[in-house]
Design a protein around this ligand. Structure first.
Ligand code: GLN
Length: 484
């Protein structure tokens, strides 16, 4: 049962080949079976999942069916789920039962989808390897001595190991695309503002964007249809006509103009990775797409700008965790200041503290102009580079990540090396553009992700292009041998 895509499962549920309860139980069994090895979940929701599945079965009986009715999914533990522990992988929220539902998870509930559980992640979505989780690292199903990427490593590992046919994730600087790339699955971060951030625990609000992960582009399109839409509860939600993301799946690649950022293929890119990506791009060429070199002259400054802007926003967003209102509180505080200080220093992990300190510094009056204002100017230049490039090309393609999955522990002592994992993804968040990663090959049995960057609100076409690629290749159908 676990080998089917969401689109296939829909047909099988409708044909009553099995019930949603049977399907859900099957996935729950797999999750429990592999939890010790992968640690992909923080909370497994056996009871509520089976209740939701039973409700979905009733809907299916009555013919009240939406595309996701009865489909089991995993939710990143960054989304508030009413009555269910919502931790953001932090000790700070280890005891937090969300009192309300995020808009995103509510949309899935309305559609009759089943929530299998809440997936592991880097604490407050800060990281590129899932090693910053209070609950321990998630492992990559392709090689459990390597990382699954981050921050959405639990979601990507769950989908790659067929513990769930799809999952939600979030991407502030690459956290959907990079883990999707490192685990050989598909993921898309849509245009900023497309999916509500209401109830998604904030890291860097001007960059945070939710999105789906799945095994095929078609499934991403189905999930996106449920996830996007205007939400008055989110002040940055965009009121944009809602595409049906599946409508362009069968469009031909003929005449598609693909831009290749020459700056992405310098000596920092592993040569095997460069070859694999170039071969993938050739597949599009054989279908009549044309290839054009483009320049993104300010991309080299993206990481530096991001690591001012994201920490600045996080230092403000995380100020709410003060030990007073909710979350972790230290024992026997001597006074109010001691309560703040110890609750925060005991409740947050090392990377989160590093970001809060960097962000607070960048916003301080002495360096504000030199750091924060400068970073915002760079952000504008980066955005303009993309807008300029999209005058001549329809899509931009390149690697998702500079290397395949690295070993657990390898980059923990060197934050800068860790930050460089996102050198091809971060600019897309700074510009607010949609970016996807799809499986494009293997190097030494480890998956390689191809990044596809589209113009604002061009997700339907991106899904079509990815779908066409998946009609011609079978990288996305490969499954790690211990999880078949
Ligand atoms: N790796 C980046 C960071 O640590 C991006 C994380 C994300 O996209 N949530 O901030």
């Amino acid at each position: 049962m676990h080998n089917y895509t969401i689109a296939q499962l829909r047909k099988m549920l409708d044909a009553k080949e099995f019930s949603s309860v049977e399907l859900t139980q099957h996935y729950l069994n797999r999750i429990h079976q592999h939890q010790d090895t992968l640690n992909a979940f923080i909370t497994i929701c056996d009871e509520t999942a089976l209740q939701q599945a039973a409700e979905a079965d009733k809907r299916i009986q009555k013919g009240d069916i939406e595309p996701l009715t009865g489909i089991p999914l995993a939710q990143k533990d960054i989304f508030c789920t009413k009555g269910i522990k919502t931790t953001c992988a932090s000790k700070m929220l280890d005891n937090f039962i969300a009192p309300y539902e995020s808009t995103l998870t509510q949309q899935f509930l309305n559609a009759g989808a089943v929530m299998l559980g809440k997936t592991n992640m880097d604490e407050f979505a800060m990281g590129s390897s899932n090693e910053n989780s209070f609950y321990g690292p998630t492992k990559n199903p392709w090689d459990v001595t390597t990382v699954p990427g981050g921050s959405s490593g639990g979601s990507s590992a769950a989908v790659a190991a067929l513990l769930s046919p799809g999952a939600t994730a979030s991407d502030t600087g690459g956290s959907i695309r990079q883990p999707a790339g490192l685990t050989g699955i598909c993921g898309i971060k849509p245009t900023y503002g497309s999916i509500s951030r209401y109830g998604m625990i904030a890291f860097a609000s001007s960059l945070d964007q939710a999105g789906p992960m799945a095994r095929t582009a078609e499934d991403l399109a189905i999930l996106l249809n449920c996830m996007t839409g205007f939400d008055p509860k989110d002040s940055t939600s965009v009121d944009h006509p809602h595409d049906d993301y599946t409508t362009q799946l069968n469009q031909s690649l003929k005449g598609l103009r693909i831009g290749i950022p020459v700056d992405f293929f310098d000596d920092r890119l592993n040569p095997d990775m460069a070859n694999t990506i170039q071969e993938a791009i050739r597949v599009f060429e054989t279908q009549g797409a044309t290839i054009h070199d483009i320049h993104l002259p300010h991309n080299h400054a993206a990481i530096a700008a991001y690591y001012v802007i994201a920490p600045a926003e996080c230092s403000s967003n995380l100020a709410r965790f003060d030990g007073v209102r909710y979350g972790y509180r230290c024992n026997n505080p001597e006074n109010l200041l001691d309560l703040y200080r110890r609750s925060r220093s005991e409740g947050f992990g090392a990377e989160v503290k590093r970001r809060i300190m960097v962000g607070t510094y960048a916003l301080s009056s002495k360096v504000y102009d030199a750091c924060y204002l400068k970073a915002q100017k760079i952000r504008r230049l980066i955005t303009q580079d993309f807008i300029e490039a999209f005058k001549n090309v329809d899509m931009i393609m390149g690697p998702t990540s500079p290397s395949t999955a690295f070993k657990l522990g390898e980059r923990c002592q060197d934050p800068v090396q860790m930050y460089l994992s996102d050198m091809y993804t971060i600019a897309v968040n700074l510009a607010g553009l949609p970016g996807a990663s799809i499986p494009a090959g293997f190097i030494n049995n480890m998956p390689v992700g191809l990044q596809i960057i589209g113009h604002y609100f061009d997700e339907a076409r991106m899904m079509g292009i990815a779908h066409q690629f998946q009609q011609l290749t079978d990288w996305h159908l490969q499954v790690p041998s211990n999880f078949k």
